[in-house]
Design a protein around this ligand. Sequence first.
Ligand code: FAD
Length: 285
Amino acid sequence: MITRNNKNIEFSCEVFPPKRDDEMYDIFKTLDEIKDVDPDFVSVTYGAGGSNSKKTSTIAAYIQNISDMRSLAHMTAVGMTEQKLTEMLEELQKKSVDMILVLRGDRPRTMSEEDFAKREFKYASSIIPKIEEFGGFKLFGACYPEKHPESATVEDDIRYLKQKVDMGIDELITQMFFDNSKFYRFLEKCDAAGIKAPIHAGIMPITKVNQLGTSVSLSGSSVPTELSNLIAKYSEDPAGMKEAGIEYAIRQIEDLMDHGVYGIHLYSMNKADVTKAIYDAVNHK
Ligand code: FAD
């Protein structure tokens, strides 16, 4: 929880499982450090098409049972079968993980376009009824202030978002955005569409010059000139970039808090020091 002007705002962050098994220790160490800021929850990503799903549940269980924080396990519909879904829900339940971020997922590189088109569960919402039937989970969903890249318009996207929420999504987390005005416009549209689920703003601190090229270009999030100028300015100065990127995220979050945001979800890429620096800067009584 972040407290600002005596108002409480939810604070959470996201981690991703390491590729190699022998790197699991690093993520546990990161989580032990993240615990210092006492986040409302820590979410754990899920490999495209279900790769590494075991690591997602292991890390989520560590967060929930060893770190004594709340964990939110991501889960994608792509590559899912009814049987696999039941097994995964049983496993999460056994490990006392009771919050799921229900996602569609994108086509993994190992899946042909034909198989992707024939997938058993088409959308994130397609697996909601099964999870609801199983019972016992609080459900989160994804949303896109600048629309999902496959949607024709924000309005189309919001129509499907409303359906998804009505099917059982309790809270939403946005795709990363760097221009708060896009988020405020999106909130107005969600409100007009009758979407009542609380929305956590997804903020990614850009701490490396090449970060925009990878995760951000895939997300479809626009990059304001102020941020692209910073990246150009610090192209040869990694330490300067890290500091400027953290500073940019802090300013974004402070503005969101001043506008009454419900929650901040930090895409802090397994970096406990970045998470802590931002939390300490924005948390004022
Ligand atoms: P959906 O809600 O299913 O929407 C996908 C598209 O289909 C949208 O264009 C939507 O408007 C449209 N649509 C929805 N329902 C219908 C319908 N009934 N008829 C027609 N069109 C419809 N990916 C991973 O692989 N692993 C992760 O851990 C992961 N974590 C993420 C966390 C967050 C917070 C976010 C924002 C994204 C994450 N992603 C992750 C990426 C996500 O899987 C992709 O963005 C994916 O393309 C869409 O997922 P979704 O759940 O938003 O899809």
